[in-house]
Structures are given as structure tokens and as C-alpha cells.
Design a protein around this ligand. Structure first.
Ligand SMILES: Cc1cc2nc3c(=O)[nH]c(=O)nc-3n(C[C@H](O)[C@H](O)[C@H](O)COP(=O)(O)OP(=O)(O)OC[C@H]3O[C@@H](n4cnc5c(N)ncnc54)[C@H](O)[C@@H]3O)c2cc1C
Length: 418
């Protein structure tokens, strides 16, 4: 078991029936979070951290300090009882709705408080899996710790030979008494170098169809046998890694879900990841959009017809994404609800493309040459990061297959005749 004991904040301090109204919750958050602005003013926020606009997590030099600061910020949210609006009361949540989680992200962005990007995987990918499939013991040991910032999480799914074909993962776990022993290689692990726990999809049975032979574990990233090596991205950042698991012992109490049920657990994590990428906590934050508007106003006050048309396409794409992201599960049709994460992810990736086209149209050569004019060359990093949004969380092609086959019931391609 992962040895963390996190005191659960007393949520009754802030939980009241009125908070179910998102407007009341917004007002409440503005009031309780405002004093944190001064406390976290040093070190910058995404609004003040300099001349950068990024599409993917881009912690650079000093990122260890930044993550320490974000952990402290998350602990402050937890102590105020607002770190996990939709979470259960006994794990530090407020038992409100996912809409209230979005309100929290909106108010954090509005008040210019630290971005919780470094915690995205733990809070939005690992925690939903533990909450839905983990034992009560595992939930108690990890959920408050994740939402207090004591644990940073990462996702150990992809492997060099298993990305789109995720059910083909090759890392294996073998039972040994009360433990499992895991060996194999994972790759593209965002935040792996700073994580305390990793949600690892591994093979526990080679003699059954591939989806049925998988099991999910929560691995202690500091355990003997875990080696993490950074991978540099074309943006210049190095926020993801390859992870080698060499005989890593994991107690059975850290299994998430049943033996052979890893695919179901992975689907929970991936559904949450894909849905939330289109929200305020995803890459297209209100801040990015504000900077885009400011850029267009400054560089093209008399917009050409071409720019106007691109502004219209961008506004339409962003509006569609945000509108779809704000729909509750009940609003989606019976068929599309199980694949709404894929729909939302596609809308996000396409909106990111439109933003790039608009930024490049108004910047011209200033997107590739640093002229020293602030807020211009900074967009190069965003543009170079956007291809990753078509890949991370599952590629566009895979999302379209999921929507077509699982959502719309279209036929799978026939195997080619031999
Ligand atoms: C910024 C970033 C962060 C990431 N973070 C993580 C992380 O934290 N943890 C983690 O586990 N993974 C992470 N990933 C990995 C990501 O999930 C995989 O890259 C993705 O699933 C694609 O797998 P692959 O790279 O192996 O590509 P492949 O699966 O090899 O695909 C190559 C190409 O073939 C296409 N293709 C493959 N199969 C089909 C098919 N059946 N039909 C049509 N086209 C197909 C794909 O669409 C793609 O264009 C991250 C990736 C990025 C870019």
C-alpha cells in the first residue's frame, strides 16, 4: 500500500445546499480563493510567467520548484474544502457535480492563481479510476492524498509497441505471494519524472484474448526498479518520459479493479482524460484565448477579409467545443454518451488547429523569427505543441474510429482478403 496518510478537511465548513447552484458556488469560490492570490503571487502564474503561450505541458528549468508550489496551492484548496467539488465527502470532496469542478477551474483561471497542469494526470486520469474501480482501502490511501497535492500522478499506459493498439501492452505482472512483480517499458509518460504514483496497465494473462488479459495497478514511482528518462519534445520542453519497470514489486492492495479488468479501468481513465481536454483545465484555456484576441486586435486592427473569415472559423470551433463540454451526460444521445470523450477531444484538437491558423495568419514571419516584439514569437511554442494534441489521449484517427464504430454503430473495416 502506498504509505500516505492525509488528513481529510472538514467539508461541512463549506458544504451547504445552496452551493449546488453553480452561480452561488462561483461566488463562494471567488470569496474563499481571493486571499490565495497574494500568498501565491511569487513565482508567477500562467498570466504572468513571461512571454510564452504553450499548448502542451511545458515545465522547463526550475520545474521542480514550480511543482512544489502547485502542490502547496493544491493543499491550500484542500484545506479550504474546495479541492474536489465532485468528490465524495469522506475523501475531501463536496459531493457536487462535474460542472462544479469546471467552476473551480474557471475561478482559478479568473483569479490568476497557479495553473494545476502538473497535477492534471493525477486528478483527472488516475483519481477517476481509483474512485470507480479501487477498493475502499486504496481510495482512502490515495484520493485525499492526490487532491491535497501530496501525490503527483502519471499514466503508464503507452509502450513503444502499444499506443493506438493499447490492448496490446506487453509489460507484464506476475503474482508472487501478496505482491505482483512488474517488468516492461512504458513511454510518453507525462510528468513521470515528478510523479509519486503511476497508473500502470500491464498484462497478467497471455492465454486469453488481449483485452481480457490486462490488469491495472497503482505503482509507487519511487520503488526500486523504476527508472525514468526524459524525452525532449520539438517545442523544447521535456515534460514526458520513458519509464522502465524492472522487477518492481507492487502489493496486491494497489491493484485497481479486478484481475483481468484492466481494460475497463483504462476506459474510465481515458474517457475522463479526453472529456477534460476540451474544458477550462485543458490546453485551450481562457488565457490562451484572451492572448489570441489581444494579438489579433494589436496586429490587425483593420482585419482583412481573410483574417475575418479565420476569426469566424476560430470562434465557431471554440464555441462548439465549449458548448459541447458544458453538456451534462444526460444531454448526449444514448448512443453517443459512451463516446462523448472522443467527440470532445476531436472538437478540442480542431479548435486548436483553427487557433494556430489564425495566429499564423496575423503573425506572418514573426511566428518563426524572434524580432523581440513581445507576444509574437511566443506563439511558435503553441504552434509546435498543437500536433501533440492530435496524438495525446489517443490519436484523431482512433477517436474517429471510436465514434464511428462504438457511437454510431458503423461497421468495422473487413480484414483484407489474403
Ligand atoms: C504530449 C503527449 C503526452 C502523452 N502523455 C502520455 C502519458 O502520460 N501516458 C501514456 O501512457 N501515453 C501518453 N502519450 C502517448 C499517446 O497516448 C500515444 O502517443 C497515442 O496513443 C498514439 O500511440 P503511438 O504514439 O504509439 O502511435 P501509433 O499507435 O503507432 O500510431 C501511428 C499512426 O497510425 C495511426 N493508426 C494506428 N492505428 C490505427 C487504426 N486502427 N486506424 C487508423 N489509424 C491508425 C495513428 O492514428 C497514428 O497516426 C502522450 C502523447 C503525447 C503526444
Amino acid at each position: 500500500m502506498i504509505a500516505v496518510s492525509a488528513p481529510v478537511a472538514d467539508p461541512t465548513r463549506v458544504r451547504s445546499a445552496e452551493l449546488t447552484d453553480p452561480a452561488v458556488f462561483t461566488a463562494h469560490l471567488r470569496e474563499v480563493l481571493a486571499p490565495l492570490r497574494e500568498r501565491f503571487a511569487d513565482g508567477g502564474t500562467r498570466h504572468t510567467e513571461g512571454d510564452r503561450v504553450a499548448a502542451v505541458e511545458e515545465l522547463r528549468d526550475g520545474h521542480t520548484d514550480e511543482v512544489a508550489r502547485v502542490r502547496r496551492f493544491q493543499a491550500a484548496l484542500f484545506d479550504l474544502g474546495v479541492a474536489w467539488p465532485s468528490g465524495p465527502l469522506d475523501h475531501g470532496g463536496l459531493e457536487l457535480s462535474p460542472r462544479h469542478d469546471t467552476v473551480l477551474d474557471e475561478v482559478i483561471d479568473e483569479l490568476d492563481l497557479p495553473s494545476r497542469e502538473a497535477l492534471f494526470v493525477g486528478l483527472n486520469i488516475v483519481a477517476p479510476a481509483v474512485l470507480r474501480h479501487g477498493t475502499e482501502q486504496l481510495q482512502a490511501a490515495t484520493l485525499p492524498a492526490l487532491f491535497r497535492g501530496d501525490l503527483v500522478g502519471c499514466q503508464l499506459f503507452s509502450e513503444p509497441g502499444a499506443g493506438s493498439d493499447l490492448a496490446g501492452v506487453n509489460a507484464r505482472a506476475v503474482r508472487d505471494g501478496d505482491d505482483w512483480v512488474i517488468s516492461g517499458q512504458k513511454v510518453w509518460t507525462s510528468m513521470g519524472h515528478l510523479a509519486d504514483v503511476g497508473e500502470a496497465l500491464v498484462r497478467t494473462d497471455r492465454n486469453v484474448p488481449k483485452h481480457a488479459g490486462l490488469t491495472m495497478f497503482l505503482v509507487d514511482m519511487h520503488a526500486p526498479g523504476v527508472t525514468v528518462r526524459p524525452i525532449r519534445q520539438m517545442t523544447g520542453g521535456a515534460a514526458f518520459n520513458e519509464v522502465f519497470l524492472d522487477g518492481v514489486r507492487v502489493p496486491d492492495s494497489c491493484r485497481i479493479g479486478g484481475v483481468g479488468e484492466g481494460w475497463k479501468v483504462a476506459s474510465t481513465s481515458l474517457g475522463s482524460e479526453r472529456s477534460l481536454m476540451s474544458g477550462v483545465a485543458g490546453p485551450l484555456t481562457p488565457y490562451v484565448l484572451e492572448r489570441l484576441v489581444a494579438l489579433v486586435r494589436r496586429l490587425e486592427p483593420e482585419a482583412t477579409a481573410g483574417t475575418q473569415a479565420q476569426v469566424a472559423r476560430t470562434v465557431a470551433a471554440v464555441t462548439a467545443m465549449r458548448a459541447a463540454a458544458s453538456l451534462g451526460p444526460a444531454t448526449w444521445s444514448h448512443r453517443l454518451e459512451p463516446v462523448c470523450g472522443s467527440v470532445l477531444k476531436m472538437l478540442m484538437a480542431r479548435a486548436a488547429d483553427e487557433i494556430c491558423r489564425l495566429a499564423l495568419a496575423v503573425l506572418g514571419e514573426r511566428a518563426v523569427v524572434d524580432t523581440g516584439d513581445p507576444d509574437t514569437f511566443a506563439w511558435a511554442e503553441f504552434v509546435l505543441g498543437v500536433p501533440a494534441l492530435h496524438i495525446a489521449g489517443g490519436t484523431d484517427e482512433i477517436q474517429l474510429n471510436v465514434i464511428a464504430q462504438r457511437g454510431l454503430g458503423l461497421p468495422r473495416p473487413r480484414p483484407a482478403a489474403s
